[in-house]
Design a binder for this molecule. Structure first.
Ligand SMILES: [Zn+2]
Length: 219
């Protein structure tokens, strides 16, 4: 296989604003023993909630697959067709196919953070009681507490797209932007069908992207 030459990076950099409560689950044992049953994910050091890059990337991928890979999706597996024309495989890498001719994964997604110096992270978190309906009987079970990030919270996000020789840069960037729009039309995180996770992206496209200049409150 010929060596692919990197031409540049293009950055999509901005904020994710929560319009409804956002819930991205964390592992209970990462938080504290005897704590909340359904915690959101937080940085164990600062206790600020964050959106893992892998969560945003996974949602971006699946939203685009519904549009571009509909007939290829079997049993809920991500697209692994590795076709030269498959924009999803080119951006994200073909699923479970180590040998292919598309080159490296194009999309890099950082963790989206909302750290603000001097603020209390708990101000941005609420605990809601949720009634779960037992499907077979239709009876509501005991309400259980669920943590979520409150509407109005903003996370800083950063997506870097690698453009290699031969790539259609405009198409790749347009597809990532389209994917963000599809997430706006759907949801991020858990319980989207209950109205959670409606978000809005505000961003600028930095072309070329040579890394972000650290701001005064960079965390
Ligand atoms: Zn594919």
């Amino acid at each position: 296989m010929a060596t692919l030459k990197l031409i540049k990076h293009v950055g999509i950099v901005g904020t994710i604003e929560c319009l409804t409560g956002l819930r991205i689950g964390g592992a209970k044992e990462d938080i504290e023993i005897g704590g909340m049953d359904n915690p959101i994910i937080r940085d164990p050091r600062t206790r600020w909630p964050y959106i893992p890059g892998s969560s945003l990337k996974g949602k971006l991928r699946s939203a685009l697959e519904y549009k571009y890979c509909g007939s290829k999706i079997n049993s809920g597996q991500p697209c692994g067709c590795a076709d030269n024309s498959c924009v999803v495989c080119r951006l994200f890498g073909p699923h479970r196919k180590p040998h292919h001719g598309l080159g490296p994964t194009r999309v890099l997604v950082r963790d989206a953070r909302m750290d603000a110096a001097g603020e209390d992270p708990d101000r941005w978190i609420e605990v809601k009681s949720e009634n779960m309906i037992e499907r077979s009987t239709g009876v509501a079970t005991n309400p259980r507490p669920v943590e979520r990030v409150v509407p109005g919270a903003k996370f800083a996000f950063e997506i870097s797209v690698r453009i290699f020789e031969g790539d259609n840069a405009d198409q790749l960037i347009a597809t990532v932007k389209e994917g963000l729009g599809l997430i706006e039309a759907e949801y991020l995180g858990a319980s989207g069908s209950r109205g959670y996770g409606k978000v809005r992206f505000d961003y600028t496209v930095l072309d070329p992207f040579v890394g972000r200049v650290a701001g005064p409150s960079a965390g």
